[in-house]
Write a protein that binds this ligand. Structure first.
Ligand code: ZN
Ligand code: ZN
Length: 253
């Protein structure tokens, strides 16, 4: 029902966050970063290749930042990383009509960037959180894309005479008409009462299909049996088993 109608979920995750103690610098209070000794602060290492070619690569000592934390000056909270994992609760809005295996993106709720690439591609912003959806089955509804299916049992007398039956829908119970002469397997379609089609045009909904299952009484008392035997005679049923003779005299004349 949550997937069909949409919902809001609270989920707990353990993302990488910027260290609150050092504010991401990775340094103890009052400590300062020093120029990287390996690359002399350029953040790039130049390698000479045979033939006079040069190859530039990111300095792996400072991760391209050009500076490094002096030994013993690392922030104790994050071990000099500038970031650490922290449990947090995120509110996720799940739109109506999602299906199993889909994912919902929550902007900015992913990992914070590591200090070494803060100044490069991520611009210091946290990444996004992707929530994978697994959808449980429903006891009364079966789903196929935006369409939903439900099976309801009706007595054989309702099936023969016509009538009505109450069925659950996504928006509560509704009563549907059963036409006279219904047989098991007949389907009544409630148009556009299915699930929002997230892959189709916005606002379009699937159908709600009610499968009718005609039930026959399992045990008959003498009175019910008599009525049914009379009915069998009246509609010319020659194959029904007869146990009583009283009925034939009343209907054959
Ligand atoms: Zn360096
Ligand atoms: Zn820290």
């Amino acid at each position: 029902m949550d997937a069909a109608l949409g919902c809001v979920k609270q989920i707990t995750i353990n993302p990488v966050v910027t260290c609150k103690q050092c504010k991401g610098t990775g340094l103890k209070q009052n400590a300062k970063r020093t120029t990287c000794s390996r690359c002399s602060g350029s953040g790039v290492r130049i390698q000479m290749l045979p033939g006079g070619f040069q190859m530039a690569s990111t300095c792996d000592t400072c991760g391209g930042t050009g500076s490094q934390a002096p030994r013993g000056s690392e922030c104790p909270r994050c071990d000099g990383e500038g970031v650490h994992n922290e449990e947090k609760t995120v509110t996720v809005h799940i739109p109506a009509g999602v299906s199993d295996g889909m994912r919902v993106r929550v902007a900015g709720e992913g990992d914070a960037p590591r200090q070494s690439n803060t100044k490069s591609r991520s611009n210091g912003k946290s990444g996004d959180l992707f929530v994978h959806l697994r959808i449980q089955s429903h006891p009364a509804f079966r789903r196929k894309g935006p369409d939903i299916y439900h099976t309801v049992s009706i007595p054989m007398t309702t099936a023969a005479l016509g009538g009505s039956v109450t069925v659950p829908t996504l928006e509560g119970n509704t009563t549907i008409k059963i036409p006279a002469g219904t047989v098991s397997g007949d389907v009544i379609t409630l148009s556009k009462q299915g699930i929002v089609d997230v892959e189709g045009r916005s606002g379009t909904k699937g159908d709600y299909l009610v499968n009718l299952k005609v039930t026959t009484p399992k045990s008959l008392g003498p009175y019910e049996r008599n009525l049914l035997e009379q009915l069998a005679a009246a509609i010319g049923d020659t194959t029904a088993r007869r146990t009583q003779t009283v009925s034939s005299s009343t209907t054959s004349r």
